[in-house]
Design a binder for this molecule. Structure first.
Ligand code: GDP
Ligand code: IMO
Ligand code: MG
Length: 438
């Protein structure tokens, strides 16, 4: 893409295991885009946006909604728990954010029901120590039903008689499964009435969002796709089975929104200056206990949704190379640089060895990935505060060296640097493609 062309349809994707700071990055860029669109996942996501005295954790509603006058889409590739959505809208209203006429929900998105949550919890309990560590929001079971072609979609909720018939059929099926697998039926009393009431709340948001976004692009308007989760949690490319159930990578922006791949003009990958992961599964660069504790405390690494402590590790260039390849990342946002301010030395994983031999490809199976030995380069820390810095020239030399090393190794420009949770604690290095986008 030529440097002077502003990307009209840009996907923002997590390059690691989620929680990279996508909410902050999307909020920053959203002021320059007409629409923000979520294309995957559900309220398993937690996207934090902080400016002034305001702090929001958005789960389903795209972060761009916080920009006055901007429009936002929850696309067909998402799974929507209507109770969670209505709760989120009420919270936004209480904070003075009016979404009327600005938020659009796809008529094709799949609906999460209480039985999905129950199934999620039951299947995790049955796995015992091998559990995935899901967010217990029913995400996996809702996508299972979608793929099995027995899901109920937002459009189905809007026709009460049709909805009743579909739900009754599904309840029969779910009870048979629950009885066989867990020895008891599920309690569905009140569910239909509750969902009919929720349908009344969301009816006004529902539309064909693929048409909406494509027509907006036809008019020359711009769309920012807000990825949820991260590349290593992608159902096809991540550390399966320790993944989520949707397409978190940039390809998902096309299928999950109905905007064709030929119209997506830029991909911004988001990475922390280190790595975190919540839930189970292999994590080659995981820090030892004391190192992790220090980073967790400085980075406040606790889940935005579940409050769970996040596992912390060193930056992993094998993961980022893989993320660049899969997403077509042409610019990288590096967040949480300030968390390393006190670090005397910083380790960066430049490659893996498996059974003593260097490997270039990401192993597909968790057994191999659990066995890889990361090769580290150790660089000096800067031991100065970078918190809130907004000009790249004010960064300590060692911090710039760290960023340049990442950029050189990955052969990708760094288009944004984040030096604190606040909207303003952001650097746009000059002369980059990203700077020309905004
Ligand atoms: P997301 O899921 O990718 O949107 O990320 P989360 O919001 O779950 O987690 C990122 C956390 O890091 C949030 O608490 C943000 O407020 C915070 N954060 C984002 N950027 C920075 C940064 O540059 N420095 C610091 N210290 N915190 C940041
Ligand atoms: P954002 O958008 C971090 C993880 C869960 C679990 C696995 C499967 O805030 O980056 P699920 O409930 O999706 O079936 O859980 O995926 N997970 C996330 N981790 N950030 C997220 O979203 C996540 N969404 C799901 O912890 O390991
Ligand atoms: Mg998050």
């Amino acid at each position: 893409m030529p440097e002077n062309v502003r990307s009209k349809a840009t996907a923002v994707v997590g390059a690691q295991w989620g929680d990279e700071g996508k909410g902050k990055v999307v909020d920053y860029l959203a002021s320059s885009y007409d629409f923000t669109a979520r294309y995957a996942g559900g309220h398993n996501a937690g996207h934090t946006v902080i400016f002034g005295d305001h702090r929001y954790v958005l789960q389903l509603v795209p972060s761009g909604i916080l920009r006055p006058g901007k429009r936002a889409v929850i696309g067909p590739g998402t799974v929507v728990d209507p109770a969670a959505l209505v709760g989120e809208l009420e919270n936004l209203k209480r904070s003075g954010v009016d979404v009327r006429g600005r938020l659009f929900l796809s008529n094709r998105a799949h609906v999460i029901f209480p039985y999905h949550r129950e199934m999620d919890k039951a299947s995790e309990a049955a796995l015992g120590a091998a559990k995935i560590g899901t967010t217990s929001r029913g995400i996996g079971p809702a996508y299972e039903d979608k793929m099995a072609r027995r899901g109920i979609r937002v459009c189905d909720m809007l026709e009460p008689e049709c909805f009743r018939a579909k739900l009754e059929r599904v309840i029969g099926e779910k009870n048979a499964i629950s009885q066989a697998a867990y020895g008891h039926p599920l309690d569905f009393s009140g569910m239909l009435d509750q969902y009919l009431e929720l349908a009344a709340h969301i009816r006004g948001l529902v539309t064909d969002t693929a048409v909406l976004l494509n027509e907006a692009l036809d008019r020359g308007e711009s769309v920012l796709f807000e990825g949820a989760q991260g590349t290593m949690l992608d159902i096809d490319h991540g550390t399966y089975p320790f993944v989520t159930s949707s397409s978190a990578t940039s390809g998902g922006a096309a299928t999950g929104s109905g905007v064709p791949p030929t119209r997506i003009t830029g991909v911004l990958g988001v990475t922390k200056a280190y790595t975190t992961r919540v839930g189970s599964g292999p994590f080659p660069t995981e820090m030892n206990g004391l190192e992790a504790e220090a980073v967790r405390a400085r980075g406040n690494e606790f889940g935005a949704v579940t409050g769970r402590p996040r596992r912390c590790g060193w930056l992993d260039l094998m993961v980022l190379r893989y993320a660049k390849l899969l997403n077509g990342i042409d610019s990288l946002a590096v967040t949480k640089l300030d968390v390393f301010d006190e670090q005397a030395e910083i380790k960066i994983c430049t490659g893996y060895r498996l059974k003593g031999r260097p490997i270039s490809a990401m192993p597909p199976d968790v057994e191999s990935l659990s066995q890889v030995e990361p090769e580290y380069r150790t660089v000096p820390g800067w031991q100065k505060s970078t918190a809130g810095i907004r000009d790249v020239r004010d960064l300590p030399t060692a911090a710039r060296d760290y960023l340049n090393f990442i950029s050189d190794e990955l052969q990708v420009e760094i288009g944004m640097i984040s030096t604190g949770p606040d909207r303003d604690a952001t650097i746009l290095p000059r002369g980059t493609k990203l700077a020309s986008w905004v």
